[in-house]
Design a protein around this ligand. Structure first.
Ligand SMILES: [Zn+2]
Length: 372
């Protein structure tokens, strides 16, 4: 619903007015990053159009149409999005359950998230293939099931190959009655000009820093100071703000594991060390690397902390708290061998070495160096 879309109050009002006044354009181009809310707005608008309840500033959220929209199963709503050629017919319908699964989590995501949901490598080329145009035609030929309108949301039309684009152009030029095309594009300049010129363009600007900050505080319970910092880095993109949040969760986990490792190695408790190694081994390679990078940073920060030059320290409050007592254990006598051991572990993990052996070896070296 519109209320779930962050910011963009002017655009929401404009969309509502076009429907209320019956001046609705049959092909609209939502131009802006998905992380700014372009797809979220298109979805909210579709729900508003379909809603059969008492709708004023927003859909009612309760009528049968709204309920179907919330589950993304409204029979008059169709999706087209980039897919990979796994089968003979690479069309969106092949991936509709993955699409619904991603969308039910968030309408603010990145192409990489979509790749991950489809279970494909980042470097694979997803596209909207020629086969899709037949599918679009077939769906629009159908009579609408329960709404006046049929709505087709095309996410990233710039990924459409030329043949498909030309076929789509024909449909847009000679529209079926009561059919709405909502094109959601991050790079509208890459869409063929003839389609661009036949759509009504709605520019979706980045969110303001205040909007992101407020959302982080209200929706995610982030402290105002931290929210300000994240909002600044996110630069108008809610998806980026969420990524920062997740990164910080990873950072907290890494710090917990670092503290455990140092304590267990100091105490030389082999059995719990073994449990710790097993946990690290169970993480994915990227998480293992992330932990090792974090540890290298912590070694450096704790070593530097001993010189008591505050401005040279880059630690969060949480990390600082541990360092108060821990820093003296990282000193001139062990900083170099410890750093070398963590770097070696990083190198070996990167080369697909066995995590169990690498982390066990690392623990033994930490024991030898932290308390000779
Ligand atoms: Zn409704």
């Amino acid at each position: 619903m519109f209320k779930d879309v962050i910011g963009h109050s002017n655009i929401k009002r404009q969309l509502i007015t076009t429907l209320q006044s019956g001046r609705i354009s049959h092909a609209q181009l939502f131009a802006g990053n998905t992380g700014y809310g372009s797809l979220a707005l298109a979805l909210a608008f579709a729900q508003y159009v379909f809603c059969t309840g008492n709708k004023k500033e927003d859909a009612c959220g309760e009528c049968p149409s709204c309920r179907q929209m919330q589950k993304l199963i409204h029979p008059d709503l169709h999706f087209v999005f980039p897919v990979v050629r796994k089968t003979k017919t690479p069309v969106s319908d092949e991936y509709i359950s993955e699409w619904r699964s991603l969308l039910s989590k968030t309408a603010y995501f990145h192409l990489e998230d979509w790749y991950a949901e489809m279970g494909i490598e980042d470097n694979a080329q997803a596209a909207i293939y020629t086969e899709e145009s037949g599918n679009i035609l077939r769906k629009l030929h159908l009579k609408s099931f329960q709404s006046d309108y049929k709505i087709m949301i095309i996410w990233l039309p710039e990924k459409m190959n030329l043949e498909c684009s030309n076929k789509l152009l024909k449909i847009i030029e000679e529209p079926y009655d009561k059919t709405l095309f909502l094109l959601v594009s991050e790079h509208p300049e890459q869409i063929i000009n003839t389609i661009q010129s036949r759509t009504q363009r709605i520019n979706i600007p980045p969110l303001t820093k205040t909007e992101i900050k407020q959302q982080l505080i209200q929706d995610k319970g982030i402290h105002a100071e931290k929210a300000e910092e994240y909002a600044h880095i996110a630069a108008g993109n809610w998806h980026s703000a969420l990524c920062l949040l997740n990164e910080s969760e990873e950072q907290i986990y890494n710090q917990e594991k670092f503290i455990q490792l140092m304590r267990l190695c100091w105490e030389r408790k082999m059995l719990p060390v073994n449990t710790w190694v097993n946990e690290m081994h169970s993480l994915g390679r990227e998480r293992q690397k992330s932990f090792l990078i974090h540890s290298l940073r912590m070694l450096r920060e704790n070593f530097v902390k001993n010189f008591r030059i505050g401005e040279l320290n880059y630690m969060t409050e949480r990390e600082c708290n541990f360092s108060v007592k821990f820093a003296p254990y990282i000193h001139e006598g062990n900083i170099i061998p410890l750093t070398e051991e963590f770097e070696k572990a990083y190198h070996d993990i990167s080369r697909n070495g066995n995590g169990k052996i690498i982390f066990t070896d690392l623990c033994i070296k930490v024991m030898q160096n932290i308390r000779p």
